[in-house]
Design a protein around this ligand. Structure first.
Ligand code: SF4
Length: 180
């Protein structure tokens, strides 16, 4: 399947726990004031790569702890990212977790999920989700992996099982991921 991307980073330590491969997708409908990546807003820009090509790039780096879908808005390309997540989670060479950023809230995605948009299928593949738009007046440099204090670092598996948001704990120090 084809994915519209803005770029790829193969050794990020700022897009989630550990060392991560980050896929920046192209296209975002949120247009948050103060967004760091406004070049990813247009759905016309970026470039197209297949999920297979991206997966082959990912598995070149055995030091990775996981893969992050960032943007842009990953939930505008759920079908391709679900396919890519399945490749990552099924890979037997080394274990990786999967995380996404979204400008939607977890509650919005759950309430609006349907077969056409594929929100739930992508959520089911995720270990972590950072949700909510970037809010300039809540911007903070103290937050770990988040830009503004309205955003939440969510344990998706636990949240889906509980039917409500459960915040994630840092896998290394076992504290709730909020502050640096
Ligand atoms: S959701 Fe993210 S990429 Fe989209 S405008 Fe907001 S900060 Fe930028």
């Amino acid at each position: 399947m084809e994915l519209k991307i803005a770029g790829l980073v193969n050794d990020s330590i700022v897009d989630g726990p550990g060392m991560r491969f980050t896929v920046f997708v192209q296209g975002c409908p949120h247009h948050c004031r103060g967004c760091h990546n406004p070049q990813t807003w247009t759905f016309e820009g970026g470039r197209t790569e297949s999920t297979q090509e991206i997966f082959e790039e990912i598995i070149k780096n055995p030091l990775l702890d996981g893969v992050t879908f960032s943007g842009g808005e990953p939930f505008c390309q759920c079908a391709a990212l679900t396919e890519l997540a399945d490749m990552i989670l099924g890979y037997e060479g080394f274990k990786m977790n999967v995380m996404a950023y979204t400008g939607y809230t977890f509650e919005y995605l759950m309430e609006n999920a349907n077969a056409e948009n594929g929100y739930l299928e992508l959520l089911k593949r995720l270990d972590y989700l950072v949700d909510g738009e970037f809010e300039m007046d809540k911007k903070s440099y103290e937050l770990k992996f988040m830009g503004s204090s309205n955003q939440r670092f969510i344990d998706v598996k636990k949240s889906l099982a509980a039917g409500e948001v459960i915040l994630a704990h840092d896998p290394w120090d076992n504290i709730e991921i909020k502050l640096l």
